[in-house]
Design a protein around this ligand. Structure first.
Ligand code: GUN
Length: 293
């Protein structure tokens, strides 16, 4: 079998266009605040894209950049102020934070109504309880991509690799909400290869370049590769790099029915879902009618 490619770039572009189409019809302009602490280059690239795409969708954004040595109390105070600001609809604190800052202390002061990343206790609790709420963007994007195949999700065996707060755990709960049978694998899981081979939908989110081997993929599986890993690419010239996923793509694509590429698969969905969440958060908090998104 040779897998069909799930074009996350195109699906994300469609969602961004849908968001951009509803924004002008809202009674006011939603505002997203993005907070980044420190100078991790990859994080700055992501944050700049988030700010740019927010504007492209017709929304306002506040881009708050704090130096790497900012005290935890200062970051907490800045996020608290955004939570209290009636003009701010969504707050995103880019992770990871510098080592001296406990991310939980910062996430804990995000007003849950503005939690467009879906990372507060309230959002995570609501997801775990099967209640409506703001969902973490990357795993929500994975479910959208799985649905884009047209395959019925109910009853499928889903194996999520990784138990992070940002992706693994919420991905498992979101697929459970689609009536899938879900297993979360992690670093202590025994016989990972056999477990992966049981997956109708495989969702690797561990950040290890090409870790999932082709023969771990079941014939006809859907592979949603969340990993974005930079590896040396001497074939492009000395010192050059390229991005690869957590999956050995060519070998996996020979067996899967559907697979996401890296780049251009899951990655672009994160921002599109963030824009969607910003509109939903603004409408919910301000009492505006919820658009169908
Ligand atoms: N770092 C990498 N991905 C994300 C994300 O989706 N949200 C936040 N806050 N930080 C990230």
């Amino acid at each position: 079998m040779s897998a069909r490619i799930i074009d996350g770039k195109a699906i994300a572009a469609t969602l961004r266009i849908q968001v951009g189409a509803v924004v002008p019809a809202l009674p006011g302009q939603p505002t997203l605040a993005v907070v980044i602490v420190g100078d991790d280059p990859a994080s700055h690239v992501y944050v700049r894209s988030k700010v740019k795409e927010t504007a492209a969708a017709g929304m306002r954004s506040l881009h708050i950049e704090l130096p790497a040595d900012t005290a935890e109390a200062e970051v907490v105070a800045r996020v608290k102020a955004l939570s209290a600001d009636p003009d701010v609809d969504g707050i995103l604190v880019q992770l990871p934070l510098p080592a001296h800052i406990d991310p939980q202390r910062v996430l804990d002061v995000i007003d849950p109504q503005k939690d467009v990343d879906g990372l507060t206790d309230t959002s995570a609790g609501r997801l775990a309880l099967g209640k409506p709420g703001l969902r973490p963007c990357t795993p929500y994007g994975c479910v959208v991509l799985a649905k884009s195949t047209g395959e019925k999700l109910a009853g499928k065996n889903v194996v999520v690799l990784g138990r992070s707060i940002l992706v693994g755990r919420p991905a498992a709960l979101l697929f459970l909400a689609e009536d899938c049978t879900v297993t979360i694998a992690h670093s202590k899981t025994r016989d990972l290869a056999a477990l992966c081979r049981s997956a109708d939908i495989l969702v690797p989110a561990i950040g290890r370049a090409q870790f999932v081997q082709g023969d771990w993929v079941r014939d006809g599986a859907i592979v949603l590769d969340v990993g974005i890993n930079r590896v040396p690419a001497p074939e492009k010239g000395e010192g050059k790099t390229r991005l690869v996923g957590d999956v050995a793509f060519d070998a996996a694509a020979a067996r899967a029915a559907w697979i996401t590429p890296v780049p251009g698969g899951v990655g672009p969905m994160t921002i599109a879902c963030l824009l969607r969440n910003t509109v939903l958060a603004a409408c919910d908090r301000r009492g505006w009618a919820l658009p169908a998104l």
